[in-house]
Ligand binder design. Structure first.
Ligand SMILES: NC(=O)C1=CN([C@@H]2O[C@H](COP(=O)(O)OP(=O)(O)OC[C@H]3O[C@@H](n4cnc5c(N)ncnc54)[C@H](OP(=O)(O)O)[C@@H]3O)[C@@H](O)[C@H]2O)C=CC1
Ligand SMILES: O=C(CO)COP(=O)(O)O
Length: 322
């Protein structure tokens, strides 16, 4: 099959390699010409160092659309709209979204952004899948949900990348978006000196907070106890590969948010998604204690240590305990 991939970051490139490995034709869209040249001339990309890239790239959106039977989205969520608004004709069979987040300016999930531009069948793939490990063929398992779930399962699964299917698009999207916010909080605890007991309690509460948020939108609670939920929450809160966890750790150690954004080309989606989560929670009148603390620390300079200690000391409401 012919897959066009929008986004030449770490996940777009790792996923492109996987599709090539599975025998598919792949063309990747990169925003910047220098990234296109680096991929086409040297088969490499700074987002995925030490990995040979086995595909070609372009920064011509029309070329990608003309090439593709299926379009994969691997652009950080806040930037998706500005790219896809330039697609004039959506003559493709299906969309597979890999991105995890909620758009700040509209409070929309990726499926809702896409719906504004096309009625092309939409699916999402999400779960514990750090690009660096997938690129090195480390066994990984993810979930795909949407119109073409079974088809994508057959096209993408291989001996190191297992794809399972779900009916719950909303739950998969929300789980993937919110785990990034929770991982920033987990990273803060790492930065405070590796507070493992606190981190375990935080992750337990984080899962409940994600479920509560997902239920507002009709998500299936079961989804959060699977790969898109607790699976991705665990890997993102604990892995050295996680940008969201790393941002939390560095914030706890005194780096400012502006410094993190300026000094890192990679994107920690949670720093943007947390704004949408806090705004939605306010509108829906639901408590999101962890997301609120992450927001206060990132955007109102609340002291990370004080904030986390106070949060962990707050009397647990019954609903937060599993
Ligand atoms: N990396 C991973 O392990 C995984 C990532 N994901 C998700 O995949 C999605 C893509 O992220 P990922 O591959 O990690 O990206 P990276 O963080 O690796 O790289 C950042 C990407 O964002 C692009 N970018 C930055 N600013 C803009 C902009 N203003 N407009 C358009 N593009 C921009 C960069 O392009 P440029 O080089 O031109 O600046 C680059 O391609 C995210 O939603 C992420 O949560 C999901 C699973 C695993
Ligand atoms: O989604 C991911 C792993 O499943 C990547 O997490 P980070 O964006 O925190 O690196």
């Amino acid at each position: 099959m012919k897959f066009g991939i929008l986004g030449a970051g770490s996940w777009g490139c790792a996923f492109a390699n996987l599709l090539v490995e599975n025998g598919h034709d792949v063309l990747v869209w990169a925003r910047r010409k220098e990234v296109v040249d680096e991929i086409n001339n040297y088969s490499k990309n700074s987002y995925l160092p030490n990995v040979k890239l086995n595909f070609k790239a372009t920064n011509d959106l029309n070329e990608i659309i003309e090439f593709s039977e299926f379009l994969v989205i691997a652009i950080p969520v806040q930037f998706i709209r500005d790219v896809i608004k330039n697609i004039k004709v959506w003559n493709i069979k299906g969309i597979l979204n890999l991105s995890k987040g909620i758009e700040n300016k509209t409070l929309k999930r990726v499926s809702e952004i896409i719906e504004e531009f096309t009625n092309t069948p939409y699916s999402i793939l999400s779960g514990p899948s750090h690009a660096e490990e997938v690129a090195n063929k480390i066994p990984t398992a993810v979930t795909v949900s949407g119109s073409n779930a079974k088809l994508f399962q057959s096209l993408i699964s291989n001996d190191y990348f297992r794809v399972y299917t779900s009916e719950d698009i909303t739950g998969v999207e929300i789980a993937g978006a919110l785990k990034n916010v929770m991982a920033i909080a987990a990273g803060i605890l790492d930065g405070l000196g590796g507070w493992d007991n606190s981190k375990a309690a935080l992750m337990t509460r984080a899962l409940h907070e994600m479920i509560k948020f997902g239920k507002i939108f009709g998500a299936d609670e079961k989804t959060f106890f699977g790969l898109p939920g607790v699976g991705d929450l665990m890997v993102t809160c604990n892995s050295s590969h996680s940008r969201n966890r790393m941002f939390g750790e560095l914030i706890a150690k005194g780096t400012t948010l502006n410094e993190l954004i300026k000094n890192n080309k990679m994107i920690a989606e949670g720093i943007y998604t947390v704004k949408a989560v806090v705004e939605i929670a306010k509108k829906k009148n639901i408590e999101m204690p962890i997301a609120n603390e992450v927001y206060e620390i990132l955007y109102n300079n609340k002291n990370p240590k004080y904030s986390m200690v106070e949060l962990m000391r707050r009397p647990l409401k019954k609903e937060w305990l599993i």
